[in-house]
Design a protein around this ligand. Sequence first.
Ligand SMILES: [Zn+2]
Ligand SMILES: [Zn+2]
Length: 279
Amino acid sequence: MLPYATAAEAEAALGRAMTRAEAAWLRYSAFVPDHLLYCHNVAILLILYTIAPLPLALLELRARAAPDGVAAAVMRPSTYKLQPRAQLSPAAFLRCYLDTGRVLLLTVGALSLVSYPAVKMVGIRTGLPLPSAGEVAAQMLVYLLVEDYLGYWIHRLLHTRWGYHNIHRVHHEFTAPFGYAAPYAHWAEVLILGVPAFTGPAIVPCHMTTLWLWFVLRHLEAIDIHSGFNFPFNPTKLIPFYGGADHHDYHHRVGGQSQSNFSSVFTFCDYLYGTDKAC
Ligand SMILES: [Zn+2]
Ligand SMILES: [Zn+2]
């Protein structure tokens, strides 16, 4: 909840006129408690999880249903699909979606309710001014690097005999991943992977809107690397050292015995620690 109720009060506190984005933020958040703003994460996550993987899932099903049709020609599964022989039924897509949605709602929902004091303590702010684009970009880069490094080691620990058998095998149930399988995991893994996601914002605190954006970005990235497609026109191919779908697809294809390609974002750690494999 912001400490000012009107635009005049906010502009007096800022010492300047508000930008359009700041005026919109004031209108939206002036009377919304901070813990409720933080819990928006759960709704953002579930909406994004429902919508973002949908186009690829529909195209994949459509291409399979009409192999000589336009969709099949556009998708050219044999060219772009990383595991063209792997075919999932609509029922499998639905089961993955419903199971994952339930786990996300219970784990991320519960975590959001209890973790708000920590979010407040590290200095996530909700007031004005809003962060600049440069500040947001710099924070995103830090968060990506921190999550990539910590996530690499957590992923390696999950591939120990105990970690794999008791937790990580659920995520590896799909040896040919697809977008909806990105967060498909044991509830404990969903909670554990919250640690590297929160560590960046804890080290470099940000605005609440940046935190929302960070969760959107990391979830889109997870969907991208689990998409099962290696499109040559994917803009992520312009990002230096970005692992991408082919890097992570190999990890899933090998399955439980996999001892390579643990990185989720970049390829630094796999290269540094000798766990990179040609895809
Ligand atoms: Zn794994
Ligand atoms: Zn995966």
